[in-house]
Design a protein around this ligand. Structure first.
Ligand code: FES
Length: 162
């Protein structure tokens, strides 16, 4: 099935492309263009890769390479919400392992999986650049920092209620 952006996102794409007018700079537009597509359907399908390659006049292999290199691009469908637990050393030293184990137990899934109701995909992340407020998680595009397990429960309660 062919991918197309909504009219509003199409306007955003045109603005993005205007910022990268030269042949060489078009490659830099790849990441914001992919984010735009992922925001619409939740992941970067093969149709998205083809769409972005076509609009940026880049080889599909280049666009696919970007999708597979960056962990923030989803290579398969994901839940309505994505919960990333940072597990790099500063967060690990301040309880990231317990946070992850708690999320896995509460949600009944392992990292990398999605709850049966499609509500939450649990992921791990390398440093999200908020080490001074470890342990931290990212839910969709929002950081939650200096977490205790009761605070994690509050976040999960909210996400599970939709
Ligand atoms: S180690 Fe977790 S934000 Fe840097």
């Amino acid at each position: 099935m062919t991918f197309a952006l909504t009219p509003e996102r199409e306007r955003e794409l045109v603005e993005i492309l205007a910022r990268y007018p030269t042949e060489h700079s078009k490659m830099a537009a790849c990441i914001p263009a992919l984010h735009l597509c992922q925001d619409q359907i939740g992941w970067c399908s093969d149709e998205v890769v083809t769409f972005v390659a076509s609009r940026l006049d880049l080889p599909a292999a280049h666009v696919k390479g970007v999708v597979t290199f960056y962990s923030l691009f989803n290579q398969r469908p994901v839940g309505k919400h994505q919960l990333w637990v940072c597990r790099t050393l500063p967060c690990a030293l301040r309880g990231a392992g317990e946070v992850l184990a708690h999320c896995e137990k509460r949600l009944g899934i392992k990292a990398g999986e999605t709850t049966a109701d499609g509500a939450i995909t649990l992921r791990t992340a390398e440093c999200l650049a908020s080490c001074s407020t470890a342990p931290m998680i990212q839910v969709d595009k929002v950081y939650h920092e200096n977490l205790s397990l009761p605070q994690v429960d509050t976040i999960l309660d909210r996400l599970q209620k939709g």
